[in-house]
Design a protein around this ligand. Structure first.
Ligand SMILES: NC(=O)c1ccc[n+]([C@@H]2O[C@H](COP(=O)([O-])OP(=O)(O)OC[C@H]3O[C@@H](n4cnc5c(N)ncnc54)[C@H](OP(=O)(O)O)[C@@H]3O)[C@@H](O)[C@H]2O)c1
Length: 334
């Protein structure tokens, strides 16, 4: 089968080459991938930026999420059959969706939303699960709460705004002026052009921030959070608490604690809670997302569709940091 692989970290461009079709374990299904989506984690994985949390053996097939059709089912898979159209986020130790087939545990997938085509469905798993786990599982957003989601026109922002509105929140976001209509159509209540205005000049006393930017933007979020509020970052530094929960060895927890001393100080000063989220694959939560999509609560936004053979152009575009929604990789026809 065709797959986009790297043979070492920091390889400048992955190459599309022939590799064997994977074999399935008893709890796996084999999926013929129709479409996959690009996520910033693809470049971070390629460059080895996540080696503290994830280590891969080479060669590595890139890509984290997908939509496709089941072509084989393991002996211990009770809930899927050949021919089912599914979508999913591959478990982190077995990624590889920029490929014609993937062998994947049945617990990481769900039936594809019926009202989406494969390209649209591939736009959901990673960003949908991340947004749901941040806003629902960790923050438990309640009606009337004020939530700030920077980067409203990005892969995460687009889904997170819609979910936060579904949970009844008042949502503020940042983006460029050219995306105002889009984020407004998703339900954003307060839109700030980050080129023109600093969000700390406009927002205050927020219940929650879903930080998608990290760095100074994350630090600035402590200025707008109210006492007792929550900041969940998916782009900043993991703290020692995260390292402990993630099961990292003590010395790595210590390193994270050292690296996040400033965040801990800001957390104390603001009397708020800081957490880092590293999203988890979950077939069950993809079922919940499917329901919300089929009810019209959430819709994906596809920026462009690029064939697998042009994977490097897709990664380069993702690297620009200015996509509108998701870049989709078309792998093969259904
Ligand atoms: N920890 C996890 O589990 C997890 C999961 C998913 C994602 N992430 C991380 O979350 C981050 C966001 O992911 P994503 O998929 O949303 O990225 P993305 O789709 O690449 O984000 C692109 C968007 O960011 C906007 N943007 C760029 N600079 C901005 C700024 N200074 N202020 C506000 N918006 C700005 C752009 O808007 P303009 O075009 O208007 O500039 C564009 O629409 C990445 O770092 C990713 O690795 C982490």
């Amino acid at each position: 089968m065709k797959a986009a692989i790297i043979t070492k970290y920091k390889q400048i461009t992955p190459m599309v080459t022939e590799v064997p079709v994977p074999t399935i374990a008893p709890t796996d299904v084999l999926v013929k991938i129709v479409a996959a989506s690009v996520n910033p984690i693809d470049l971070k994985t390629k460059d080895g930026d996540l080696r503290l949390l994830l280590q891969y053996t080479m060669p590595l097939i890139m890509g984290s999420d997908f939509a496709g059709v089941i072509t084989a089912v393991g002996d211990q898979v009770p809930d899927f059959k050949v021919g089912d159209a599914v979508y999913g986020r591959a478990p982190k130790d077995r990624i590889g969706t920029f490929a014609e087939f993937i062998a994947i545990d049945h617990q990481a997938i769900a039936l594809k939303p019926a009202n989406l085509n494969f390209e649209e469905a591939a736009a959901i798993p990673l960003v949908g699960l991340t947004s749901y786990q941040a806003l629902h599982d960790i923050m438990n957003i309640q009606p009337g709460q004020k939530v700030f989601i920077p980067g409203g026109s990005g892969g995460i922002g687009i889904i997170a705004i819609q979910l936060a509105k579904y949970f009844g929140a008042y949502v503020a976001t940042t983006t460029s002026a050219k995306h105002f209509d889009l984020v407004q159509s998703l339900g954003a209540d307060k839109i700030i052009d980050y080129h023109q205005q600093d969000f700390t000049d406009v927002l205050s006393h927020y219940d929650a921030v879903l930080d998608t930017r990290g760095g100074q933007s994350l630090e600035a979020a402590f200025q707008i959070i109210k006492p007792g509020g929550q900041i969940v970052s998916i782009a900043g530094l993991p703290n020692a608490r995260f390292g402990k929960d993630y099961g990292l060895p003590i010395w790595k927890q210590w390193l994270l604690g050292l690296a996040t001393r400033k965040l801990s100080r800001l957390e104390q000063q603001a009397q708020a809670t800081y957490s880092f989220l590293f999203m988890q694959p979950s077939g069950q939560q993809l079922v919940r997302l499917r329901q919300l999509i089929e009810q019209g609560v959430i819709k994906p936004v596809v920026d462009r569709i690029i064939p697998l053979t042009d994977i490097n152009a897709a990664l380069e575009y993702s690297h620009s940091g200015h996509t509108t929604g998701k870049i989709i990789i078309s792998i093969q026809p259904n």
